[in-house]
Structure formats: C-alpha cells, structure tokens
Design a protein around this ligand. Structure first.
Ligand code: SAM
Length: 345
C-alpha cells in the first residue's frame, strides 16, 4: 500500500463516498430546499472510467469501501457497469449504494450480480401522501417494491435511512421500529442537519433522538445496544473492529432487525471520521460541512499528482464540523456552497 490516507489529527481514511450525479428525481425538502440547485452539466460530470481511476489510487492508499451516492445515483444508466469496475479494483471490499429507491426494484438483481454489497434506501415516511409531500413527488409504492427486490436479490446489508423531523414524521417512530420486529434490516434514524443553505426553519423541525429509546420503554420493548461485531451491519465495516461508522445500533428483544441512531448534530462524531467525498464534477471534499474542495479532474491519469492532492486535502481537513454554535445550539451562519444533493450526504 502506498502511504495511507492519514490527516493531521491522525484519522485514517478507508471509506470514500462517490457522488456520481447531482441530479435527482425527487426534491426532498430537507435536502434540496427550494428545489433550485443548478445541475452540473453532463460534460463536467466524471465518466465511469474517471471515477474508477480516482478510486483506484485511493484503494492503493488504503480505501476499502466505496459508497455510491448522488443526487440519485440510479439516474446514471448502466450503474451495474460502474459497480463491476469498482469491485475489480484491488483492495475494494465493499460497495454500497445510497438511493431513494424509486428506480431500484428492476435493477436490484443486476446490481447484486455486479458486486454491490450494501444498500441504503432513504425513506422518511410510511404514509403515501406524506412521503410524496416530503420528497416533492415520490411514490411510496415504488420504494416498498425496491425493498422487496433487495431482499430477493440478497444484499449483505439493507438499511433504511429516516431523517427525523419534529412535526413532520416524528409520529411514525413506532411504525418504523415495528418494521425491525419482522424484517432483518436496519432502520437508521438520522438527526436533521442544518446544511446546504437552509438553516432557517431548521430549528423548528430539528429533534434529538433520545426520544426513540423512551418510546421503546413506553411500549415495554426491551431495546439493547448491539456490539458492532454482533450487528447485522458488521459485514459492512471496512475491517477494523472500531469501524462501525457513526450509528449506534439497538435491537428490540426478539426482533429480526435493528435500529440505529445517528446524531451528527447533538453528538458529532468527527473524531472517528474515516470518510472522503468525491463530487459528481470531480472535486474531493474532506469534510461534508466545510466548503474546501480540490479539483481532481486535471490530474486524472497522473496518479502521483492525485496522491498529492489527496494528501493536501487531508492536511487541510478540519477537526470537526460546526453546524451548531455552542452553547446557544443555534445553527451557525456558515454558508455551505453545496446542498446535500450536490455532495451526496
Ligand atoms: N438520492 C439518494 C437518497 O435519497 O438516498 C442519495 C443522496 S441523499 C443526499 C443521501 C442521504 O442524505 C439521504 O439518506 C438523505 O436522507 C440524507 N440527507 C440529505 N439532507 C439531509 C439533512 N439536511 N439532514 C440529514 N440527512 C440528510
């Protein structure tokens, strides 16, 4: 392995989130506020070979896991070809996909065959009308079909991402928890983050996640913390025992599945950050929150220069995000140039 991807705080990076498009077929209110983001032109977008060339160098430097994200990654035709090419790279052990699921049902089997190991589907409501409202036009039926197709295709892990918002979907916590009783999947409740230029209105909808454990107690569901090694997600770690990612997982006694709590706002987990992000137009971002990014496109094909830019970006990686100003717990006034849909979450 050529010199590993270590930043100035000693954090080792073995995970890359690869955004393959900033286009989306939905307009989730918390992700694309105003639904007005300008899209990258097709010509500025990396092609699959360019993505593979970048990930190849990262893999030589210790990256073992790639998550394909967007925008909506399934809008790129022949996604299974990218998965197969990434899977053929020496060192890449896991390939995940984060998707809204709208186009997934008919593709799940081909993606699995191509080597996709892990699927995360974003699903913020189990009520069709509410789902359509949050996503500005999403069809819940299609997402449910996608979940079924994923079970049939046999992915190693299947996670549903739920961004919890007060007054929007917090009355559905129990319905989501009930899914874990019957299905071997992971429901991941995620705190709503004040990112991407839409901090106004965030505070009214933000809620911390402790209430979820209280709801279990109220129902007399015994929810126990699951050790990373025993978790359904243990296969998706990149190798190290402490590599469970930001979620803490719980299992209700007798349940087939688990639920996870991800607290990027109330309990930032930056010191454990092992991620790099590549945008659809070929920039590397060492931190989701800060605007610093480095253009990789001019150096594709020149591995020494790519390594140099990766190192530069890691040297500049800040210790932590500052979404919230303490102690007032107000969103910071920092303006993020990219919306979440332009970064990939
Ligand atoms: N289109 C795909 C999808 O819907 O999963 C992938 C892109 S989306 C940007 C990736 C993840 O970011 C989703 O799980 C979404 O819920 C999450 N996300 C977007 N905006 C967020 C916010 N303000 N707070 C928390 N999570 C957010």
């Amino acid at each position: 392995m050529s010199d590993p991807l270590v930043d100035s705080f000693g954090r080792v990076h073995n995970y890359v989130r690869l955004s393959i498009t900033d286009r989306c077929n939905l307009g989730c209110q918390y992700c694309r506020p105003g639904n007005r983001a300008a899209y990258t032109s097709q010509t500025d977008q990396l092609n699959f070979d360019e993505m593979v060339a970048i990930v190849n160098v990262l893999a030589e430097m210790g990256v073992t896991k790639v998550r394909i994200t967007g925008g909506e990654p399934l809008l790129r035709p022949r996604l299974e070809e990218l998965v197969a090419k990434l899977g053929a790279l020496s060192g890449i052990r896991r390939i995940g996909l984060t998707t809204n699921g709208m186009l997934l049902a008919s593709k799940a089997r081909a993606l699995r065959r191509a080597g996709l190991t892990d699927v995360n589907i974003s699903l913020d409501s189990l009520l069709p009308e509410r789902y359509a409202k949050i996503t500005r036009g999403g069809d819940l039926g299609r997402v449910l079909d996608a979940i079924e197709a994923c079970f049939e295709a046999g992915f190693e892990t299947l996670k549903l991402n739920v961004v919890l918002m007060q007054g929007v979907n917090d009355d559905e916590i129990e319905s989501f928890l009930r899914l874990t009783l019957d299905y071997p999947l992971q429901i991941r409740f995620i705190e709503y983050m004040p990112v991407g230029n839409h901090t106004e209105g965030w505070k009214a909808k933000y809620m911390p996640l402790e209430g979820i454990l209280a709801q279990c107690a109220k129902r007399e569901w015994n929810a126990r913390l699951v050790e990373p090694a025993d978790s359904l997600a243990n296969q998706s770690f990149c190798g190290a025992a402490d590599d469970a990612g930001p979620a803490k997982y719980y299992r209700i006694s007798g349940a087939a599945g688990e639920f996870g709590l991800i607290n990027p706002v109330s309990d930032h987990f930056c010191m454990g950050c092992n991620r790099l992000r590549i945008t659809a137009n070929g920039y590397i971002k060492p931190c989701l929150y800060w605007n610093d990014e480095w253009d990789l496109k001019p150096f594709i094909g020149n591995d020494e220069m790519l390594r140099k830019v990766f190192r530069q970006s890691l040297e500049a990686k800040p210790q932590r995000h500052e979404m919230i100003v303490q102690p007032s717990h107000k969103p910071s006034q920092h303006v993020m140039r990219r919306q979440m849909s332009q970064i990939g979450g």
